[in-house]
Design a protein around this ligand. Structure first.
Ligand SMILES: NC(=O)c1ccc[n+]([C@@H]2O[C@H](COP(=O)([O-])OP(=O)(O)OC[C@H]3O[C@@H](n4cnc5c(N)ncnc54)[C@H](O)[C@@H]3O)[C@@H](O)[C@H]2O)c1
Ligand SMILES: [Zn+2]
Ligand SMILES: [Zn+2]
Length: 349
């Protein structure tokens, strides 16, 4: 089968390798589309070493069709169209014992710790499969995992109908949060980024979006001006590695300064730099700060919303490539973030 293999860090090669074998509790999925994630860009550069053992096949965002099933698989059959939750938790650590799986101390991911979906076929455990409805396209199937991050963040932040929201970062994660937020509240959403084209994706496709390019305007001042000093109900930090902007605090502190009293800040960005905050700004507001990691049972919600037409997967897709063009795709994502948000790899028809 064809597989896009990471042979050495910085080098992806399209290769012919044997179709993998599977156990009784697993199925073989023929991948339709896979989507390139920011984490794949880090894996490519070697940032996940030693979790990634080379050569390996990346890809944790994908959908496809089941072609073969193991002996103990009852709920799925060949021909079923599915998407895959790539997260594998240990079941044994303190978080897992409390059924708080995203905080598993040895959380593993298909496509990071084992071969993933940048291949014609991939082996998947039966309890990680989710059936798609016929009206969900193969392209959209590759974005279910990304959307699940947005839905999980909304759940962690406790977003309510009519809430006002500010999202720092209009990248992949920020856009997924926005789409999830819009299934709950129609009220004003402030989108903050430093790339106009990313802000325009939100602005052009949703009502009542106020986009702020943080290089040109101070988002905290804009939010305070437009909410008459109140601040918003909830802020999300989906930046991670942040560009420094003169006279502005980092995105986490900006989130704290932009919420109302008793509001909520939800942080998702995985920066390796520190984000200093002033705790009294949090305490005066008696505000809540929560973290959100991956997803926890949101796949079915996403599928239901996609099926009902409540989400807009196509506005996130900038380009589709063949498996032989994956190296170029990684370079485009790295060098031109203003022009490329999600790039999909078409692995089969
Ligand atoms: N918690 C989770 O479950 C989870 C899941 C996936 C990714 N992540 C992390 O979330 C972060 C965002 O991921 P992504 O894929 O959307 O990345 P991305 O690069 O697509 O988006 C980040 C955005 O932040 C913008 N930005 C940079 N500096 C800024 C600043 N000072 N103010 C405002 N905006 C600024 C960038 O222009 C970019 O559009 C990363 O750190 C990633 O590792 C977390
Ligand atoms: Zn991802
Ligand atoms: Zn665990």
């Amino acid at each position: 089968m064809k597989a896009v293999r990471l042979k050495q860090y910085g080098k992806l090669v399209l290769e012919d390798i044997p179709v993998p074998s599977f156990a009784d509790h697993q199925v073989l999925v023929k991948v339709g589309y896979a989507s390139i994630c920011g984490s794949d860009q880090h894996i490519y550069k070697g940032d996940f070493h030693p979790r990634t053992i080379l050569p390996m096949t990346p890809g944790h965002e994908f959908g496809g069709t089941i072609v073969e099933i193991g002996r103990s698989v009852n709920n799925f059959k060949p021909g079923d169209r599915v998407t895959v939750d790539p997260i594998i938790w240990c079941g044994d650590c303190p978080a897992c014992k409390r059924e708080h799986y995203p905080a598993c101390t040895s959380l593993k991911l298909l496509g990071v710790d084992m071969d993933g979906g940048f291949a014609e076929y991939v082996v998947v455990d039966k309890d990680k499969l989710f059936k798609l409805t016929p009206n969900i396209s193969d392209r959209a199937a590759a974005l279910v995992e990304l959307f699940s991050i947005g839905f999980h963040a909304c759940q962690r932040a406790g977003i309510q109908k009519d809430d006002t929201v500010a999202i720092w970062g209009a990248g992949k994660v920020g856009q997924a949060i926005l789409q999830a937020v819009r299934t709950i509240t129609d009220n004003t959403v402030y989108m903050i980024d430093i790339l106009d084209k990313r802000l325009q994706i939100a602005e052009n496709n949703y009502e009542d979006i106020i986009s702020i390019n943080a290089i040109h305007r101070n988002p905290i001042e804009v939010i305070h001006e437009l909410t008459k000093g109140d601040g918003v109900d909830t802020t999300f930090e989906a930046v991670g590695h942040a560009e420094d902007i003169e006279d502005q605090p980092n995105p986490v502190q900006s989130c704290i300064l932009s919420i109302r009293g008793a509001g909520t800040v939800c942080v998702l960005g995985l920066s390796s730099e520190k984000s200093p905050i002033l705790t009294k700004d949090l305490i005066w507001r008696e505000a809540k700060i929560v973290a959100s990691r991956v997803n926890h049972g949101e796949f079915q919600d996403v599928i239901d919303h996609l099926s009902s037409g409540n989400l807009k997967p196509d506005i996130l897709i900038s380009k589709e490539v063949s498996p032989s063009q994956v190296m170029e795709a990684f370079q485009l994502l790295e060098n031109e973030p203003e022009n490329y948000l999600k790039i999909l790899i078409k692995l089969s028809d």
